[in-house]
Design a protein. Structure first.
Length: 230
């Protein structure tokens, strides 16, 4: 009786092990010419990150120049306790870059986008609601969720970034880009106008709104919204 009960359990365990091995194998081959993981800290990838990343945990031990006590202390002073978790944000940025710049298949792209969300969530969950980097992190999270076609959660994340810092323009740009790509020019213009109301000198928003004016008349309501803004 014991043997019969254990066989399904052993089979399930074996299948899980094989699945895990296949995932690791796929992961090891997905970005040719690059380390298996972002934790390989390839200089080409690190060069695309904000300067503070090399002073975060784990990065500082692997990236040349990162183990500088004065600069590490400086960034702890700037960001406070949340800096202790910011290596996850930097990994999330690296995974985003792999998805957008290096992935050769949709499967690999989506794998890295999903994985980046986990990194962003780690920092969000480790930080007080007053942490000044949260609007940026929520924006990156929202952008990647939209890329994964998870519209509801993506827009919620971008809206949360706006709620935290209404004059921070990137989430408005992300929402404008999303609605423009889906052909809803009126909604795109609406978000860009909201952003410009909160941050009137945001050039990226101004440029996006001007570009909408030159769109074909496929969505006349969108063109009218842009014209009214003028």
């Amino acid at each position: 009786m014991t043997v019969n009960l254990s066989r399904p359990i052993l089979l399930a365990a074996s299948l899980l092990l094989v699945a895990g091995w296949l995932c690791r194998l796929a992961s090891a081959q997905e970005i040719p010419g690059y380390p298996d993981s972002v934790e390989g800290y390839d200089p080409r990838e690190v060069a695309l990150l904000p300067g503070y990343c090399k002073y975060t945990q784990l990065f500082r031990d692997r990236v040349p120049g990162g183990n500088d006590p004065k600069l590490i202390a400086h960034w702890y002073q700037v960001m406070g306790r949340p800096f202790h978790a910011m290596h996850h944000y930097c990994w999330g940025l690296m995974k985003t870059n792999r998805a957008l710049l290096l992935a050769r298949t949709k499967q690999v792209r989506n794998y890295y986008l999903h994985s980046s969300i986990q990194e962003f969530d780690y920092v969000i969950n480790s930080s007080p609601p007053t942490f000044f980097m949260l609007p940026e992190i929520y924006t990156k999270r929202g952008e990647n969720l939209l890329r994964l076609r998870e519209w509801g959660e993506g827009m919620t994340s971008l809206q949360h970034a706006i709620d935290l810092k209404p004059d921070y323009w990137p989430p408005y740009a992300a929402l404008g880009d999303y609605f423009k790509e889906t052909g809803n020019y009126a909604k795109a213009a609406e978000w860009l106008q909201k952003g410009l109301k909160a941050s009137p000198n945001a050039k990226p928003l101004q440029e996006r709104l001007a570009a909408l004016k030159n769109k074909p008349a496929a969505d006349r309501a969108g063109r009218d919204a842009v014209a009214n803004e003028r």
